[in-house]
Design a protein around this ligand. Structure first.
Ligand code: PFF
Length: 452
């Protein structure tokens, strides 16, 4: 082996902006723009938002910080980082769970991500023009239960591979530094359009005036579970990104910036959607179809609606792309470091596997599918098992590892850098060490119970 290979430096983020763009890009995804607004709609609006904010602070944020600390300290993929920090223990199983979850999430996530390309093209070509709301609903069901989504899923996955090809600095960082400001620009434009519509105030009231009568125990569980999914924690994604963070970076500051960015974008997505939904007298509680059925109806009634529609689906596409690449990276970093395969080959193998899983997930949406068990399709199972089971278990193990297993001086050392007071952070971690595991355990047990 040449000297050059031996001393080759591990790839890494080259600037704080690049790191935040990539990590916030991971956090901001379909969860913020597709899922958050519809679960807010189903759970009675702003009272739910309040509970969600508490979950982010009490559970999501500590797990996010823990992943960054473990990742940077371990300096390797999710499995090896645990091996290095706790040799000869079973803790690396967290990394394994993360890799399984990565395949499962990619399996269904790339299918919905593919829909965004189709809906972007439909909006751009004004294809909804003259359609009744019945026809818009049929268009969605016809499309999602056919074979066309497979083509879009493959296109989407290949686009993600293009971004991933250049590695961290020249791939993920380079692209997210352009895509994320683009995403913020589009969402601001959509917010301005939505709040200047006549009748928009009703939507804002729905979002910001708390009505606790709609809050149930399920809303609390939804809020907790979603705070994990939304911050991309519990499966080693942020841990993998953490392993590429420079020692100079202040992890507490970065963690807070990402949580704030993620929450702001979710709220802005709500502000872009609900005033428009109310302005055109459409039911805000329409569930997962909100984005692909309700919104085309809204855009159809809006002046210049096809352009705003196209912008909205472009926004959704960018959000999905920057999340998908982060999930891929969990697997790619593992494969390149553990199996001694180069990045190109790792990408080829991983993307083929993801496309195969996604094809099955997509086919499970077709009528008379045999890919469904116990009342849920394969697509639903991938979503339920990863988000309701693996992420909470992963989060629980990660926060416990940081709180009870990792050496205090190693944690302190990782928190030394930068302006944020180490004392404050340690106090915060100590409190959350007990609150977070309890909350996560409750979500997990209830999630499991809901499955069977
Ligand atoms: N945070 C992403 C979203 O809100 O859509 C989803 C996600 C990305 C979950 C990365 C998990 C992950 F590791």
């Amino acid at each position: 082996m040449s000297q050059e290979t031996i001393t080759q430096k591990r790839d890494g983020f080259s600037s704080r902006f690049g790191l935040i763009a990539a990590a916030a890009g991971s956090a901001v995804g379909l969860g913020n723009i597709w899922k958050f607004p519809y679960i807010v709609g189903e759970n009675g609006g702003s009272a739910f938002i309040l509970i969600y904010l508490i979950s982010i602070l009490g559970v999501g944020l500590p797990v996010l910080l823990a992943e960054f600390i473990i990742g940077r300290r371990g300096g390797a993929n999710a499995v090896r980082s645990f091996k290095k920090l706790a040799p000869n223990t079973k803790w690396p199983v967290i990394g394994w769970l993360g890799i399984i979850a990565a395949f499962m999430i990619l399996g269904f996530y790339t299918v919905i991500a593919g829909y965004t390309i189709h809906y972007f093209l439909l909006s751009l070509t004004n294809a909804f023009s003259g359609m009744s709301s019945e026809q818009i609903t049929q268009t969605f069901h016809h499309f999602s239960s056919g074979h066309t989504p497979i083509i879009y899923t493959i296109i989407f996955t290949l686009l993600a591979v293009v971004v991933l090809f250049g590695g961290i600095k020249d791939g993920i960082e380079k692209y997210t530094k352009i895509l994320m400001p683009g995403l913020v620009g589009i969402i601001i434009l959509l917010v301005v359009r939505a709040i200047t519509l006549p009748g928009a105030a009703e939507g804002l009231k729905f979002l910001f005036k708390p009505d606790f009568s709609e809050v149930s125990i399920n809303s609390i569980l939804d809020a907790l579970g979603h705070s994990f999914f939304s911050l991309s924690v519990g499966m080693g994604t942020m841990l993998t990104y953490g392993s590429y963070i420079s020692k100079k970076e202040n992890l507490s500051t970065v963690t807070c910036s990402i949580a704030v960015a993620d929450t702001m974008i979710a709220l802005l997505a709500g502000v872009a959607i609900f005033p428009a939904v109310f302005a055109f007298g459409i039911d805000p509680t329409s569930g997962p179809g909100l984005v692909f059925i309700t919104l085309p109806n809204v855009f159809l009634q809006m002046p210049g609606g096809n352009i705003f529609g196209a912008l909205f689906f472009l926004l959704l596409f960018i959000a999905a792309l920057t999340s998908v690449i982060s999930i891929f990276e969990v697997i790619i970093t593992y494969v390149t470091e553990e199996l001694n395969v180069n990045r190109q080959k790792a990408l080829k193998l991983t993307s083929i596997a993801v496309i195969i899983i996604a094809i099955f997930c997509s086919l499970s949406q077709t009528p008379n599918t045999t890919l469904s068990f116990n009342g849920n399709t394969l697509f639903d199972w991938m979503d339920l098992l990863s988000a309701n089971v693996i992420l909470p278990i992963g989060g629980l193990l990660i926060i416990s590892f940081l709180g009870f297993i990792m050496k205090k001086d190693e944690v302190a050392d990782e928190l030394q850098q930068g302006a944020c007071s180490i004392k404050t952070t340690m106090i915060y971690l100590t409190i959350t060490k007990f609150i977070a595991p309890l909350a996560i355990a409750i979500v997990f047990l209830t999630g499991i119970q809901a499955l069977f």
